[in-house]
Design a protein around this ligand. Structure first.
Ligand code: DON
Length: 304
């Protein structure tokens, strides 16, 4: 397979799409990210990696962080997390409040905002410092100690994230948040503000393609079974109310963020991260989705 050529073809193909869509300006600090950016990185389980475009430029990973926080919560609390979070697609926008009321404060899944707030609460209960733990974890996964929180982005969300504040307090009222909502929110906003490149993210996500094992040390980070659970949730819940369209077009488990990143994995083969800040109406990267669709089409490799 000629991966450099395939990435080159994709890069040419997405050019007319760059500049389309809308940046996530509901987080003011993300409003000025140039719309025409595009990067893509593929990390293979055999150690090879390929990339193109702005693949080494850090971007705001936003909800892609929910993958890493869920992994940590699973490590810490195992199956007990499912007493507090569901495993079904929500079919509603990622910041919706409506379902929570009639489902008694149990978030539909760990990848909507309120689900990730409960995940963060679980980490906090076990470790006291959910901010630093998650930063250390992604630095280790990506083998890059330079990965950092973008404090301006975290502050921007803290100043304007009224929906997340509402969700945290609402869930507290149901007894499904054990720590102080303000501390949980601060950690959550910081996780979302993590600045990583496509190269970082593809490396960080590789354990999911590698049966839960780290490539370099062969350490079993989570069990094979837990890696299966996370990938299943990515496939069914990783792209919010556009998850069906993404599965249809791309055919890989994925997790998106409103920074314009999407991390997807092909079990036993590779992890791939694409970044382009222009979002479609569901809040997923427009050119990023097209690039991944083309990637699985040109390689002929998808889970289906
Ligand atoms: O909480 C928020 O709204 C953002 N920090 C993250 C949302 C997000 O990335 C949803 N993704 N598609």
């Amino acid at each position: 397979m000629n991966y450099p050529q395939i990435l080159d073809d994709i890069f040419q193909h997405v050019q007319p799409l760059l500049g389309q869509g809308k940046v996530a300006d509901y987080i003011p600090e993300l409003a000025h990210i140039p719309l025409h950016k595009f990067g893509m990185a593929v990390q293979m389980v055999d150690g090879r990696s390929f990339h193109i475009g702005d693949a080494d430029e850090p971007f705001s990973i936003q909800s892609m962080s929910k993958l890493f926080t869920l992994t940590l919560a699973m490590q810490l609390a195992g199956d007990a997390i499912w007493q507090r979070i569901g495993r079904e697609p929500s079919g509603t926008p990622f910041n919706s409040l409506v379902q929570l009321e009639y489902e008694n404060g149990i978030p539909r899944n760990p990848f909507i905002n309120v689900g990730a707030l409960v995940v963060t609460d679980i980490i906090l209960t076990h470790l006291n410092d959910a901010r630093q733990t998650v930063l250390d974890f992604v630095q280790m996964l990506a083998a890059n100690p330079a990965i950092h929180f973008d404090e301006a982005v975290a502050r921007s969300e803290a100043e304007t994230g009224f929906r997340n504040v509402a969700l945290a307090n609402f869930i507290k009222s149901f007894g499904n948040m054990h720590n102080d909502p303000a501390i949980v929110l601060d950690a959550y906003f910081h996780h979302c503000s993590l600045a990583m490149s496509c190269l970082d993210a593809a490396r960080a996500g590789l354990f999911l393609a590698n049966e839960g094992r780290l490539l370099k040390s062969n350490e079993q980070l989570i069990t094979h079974r837990q890696a299966k659970y996370i990938k299943s949730l990515m496939l069914t819940c990783g792209l919010y109310d556009a998850v069906g369209d993404f599965a249809y077009r791309v055919g890989l488990p994925g997790k998106s963020g409103v920074g314009g990143g999407i991390l997807a994995v092909m079990p036993g083969h590779f992890s791939v991260c694409v970044w382009s800040p222009g979002l479609n109406e569901s809040g997923n990267s427009l050119a990023g989705t097209a690039a991944l669709e083309l990637f699985t089409t040109l390689t002929g490799i998808s889970i289906f």
